[in-house]
Design a protein around this ligand. Structure first.
Ligand code: MN
Length: 249
């Protein structure tokens, strides 16, 4: 069953009472009429303009990602996005004491340099936290239930997310995110875009992001992006993804 079909079945069978569980504050139609789709907010996960320390050592995730790739990725690629973001923020009068999310939600008002580096910094800050040496396995709690309801099963969610990463042409990201109706969605974005951006291809609050740029996997996996994704599931930090989910629903 496709994720779309299962979603339709879920909508058809759950009815308004079921959806109310997901939507406690304001009606979806109200948000749609106000153009607020994709603006689900969580103040708990505000992002700064500087890199947080990596929450583990470079060699901690070798089940999925080798230490050299981690070191270059964190200390060169991601550090570069942070530095260029700070440069763009200075040039464009952005208050770096405020959350980066404020910029992302209005990214169409800023330069291409801001878009690429604000996205790059946000995506990587989240990406590191989405992984853990003791990760892998399955989510639990409300997220597990919601994944089953939205995608039929955890396995079909994994297939859909894996496909989003495999099929993203060129550089970009695969996402699990919560849309403006507080429903779980799978999607992907090109370059360093993400679902928080007002001009993104998919819009919402990101819960789980996978970097499918070649710099994220090429040293070990070369052209075999699907092998990288298959191993990446072994280090996903479901506790963190669950906390993000519970901060917005
Ligand atoms: Mn990257």
């Amino acid at each position: 069953m496709s994720s779309l079909t299962s979603r339709r079945n879920f909508l058809a069978t759950s009815g308004k009472a079921g959806l109310g569980v997901y939507f406690t504050l304001t009606g979806a139609s109200f948000l749609q009429s106000c153009g607020m789709i994709g603006k689900v907010k969580s103040d708990r996960y505000n992002t700064g303009f500087r890199q947080d320390p990596l929450p583990y050592t470079y060699n901690a995730l070798t089940e999925a990602i080798d230490a050299t790739t981690m070191e270059i990725h964190y200390s060169k690629h991601a550090a570069g996005y942070a530095a260029n973001l700070q440069d763009a923020a200075k040039n464009e009068g952005v208050d770096m004491n405020k959350p980066l999310e404020d910029v992302l939600r209005k990214i169409s008002k800023y330069s291409t340099k801001m878009r690429n580096n604000a996205g790059g910094h946000y995506n990587h800050e989240m990406f590191w936290k989405c992984m853990d040496p003791n990760g892998g396995g399955k989510p639990s709690g409300r997220l597990a239930t919601a994944l089953d309801e939205s995608f039929n099963s955890f396995e079909s969610f994994k297939t859909g997310f894996t496909d989003a990463g495999k099929n993203r042409f060129g550089s970009g990201w695969a996402w699990l995110f919560v849309d403006g109706d507080k429903k779980l969605r799978i999607g992907s974005t090109p370059n360093q875009d993400n679902p928080l951006m007002d001009r993104a291809e998919v819009k919402g609050f990101p819960l789980l992001g996978l970097d499918v740029w070649e710099h994220a996997y090429y040293l070990r996996y070369q052209n075999k992006r699907p092998d990288y994704i298959a191993n990446w599931w072994k280090v996903v930090n479901w506790k963190y993804v669950q906390d993000r989910y519970e901060s917005v629903v």
